[in-house]
Design a protein around this ligand. Sequence first.
Ligand SMILES: [Zn+2]
Length: 202
Amino acid sequence: MTKSPRSAANNISLMLNTVLGADRFERGPVNVAELALEYTKQIEPSSHIERIVADDLPDCEGALVPGESKPRRWAIMYNRKQSAGRRAYTIAHELGHFVLHRNLVDDDPNFDGGFYCSKDAVEHGVGRNIEKEANEFAATLLMPLDDFRKFIPSDNLAGLDRLGEATERYGVSLTAATLRWLEYTKTRAIAIASVDGFALWV
Ligand SMILES: [Zn+2]
């Protein structure tokens, strides 16, 4: 199964535009938990995601876990300590693993227990290639570029205020919204984040 993360996410966005209207972000972000349950039921009626649960996951932001019996049912787990914005991104990342990579659970012994994703994997796509792909899927699904470009045109320099409004529009963290904006802006911009005393920049 080789699908491009972007085209897989864009197909879902087109479906949501059709159902909810192209101006859907005026009314709120993607309801990604509901989407994960409903959309996977449509594409895999006998083997969909049936539960999304909060858990205490040590060293892990989220996971996509298969059931034992076949046809498999799946669960997404997310770290209960996450903020709402981080949670949406984590669920979208795990939905990306389902859409793009679920066959690996049966085809590759390394994925017998499912997909367990670190904070770096979810936020920045660090790690195996599938982590980059799930990360790209999540960013594309939650923050479609056509809408983001209308919200902050590519030649506008966005300040923290406007990026803060983007976090509300898309229901994501400031880090996620800033990284997405940096993907397309034509302005010379630099983002510096301080985490535990270390400066990270893009
Ligand atoms: Zn992952």
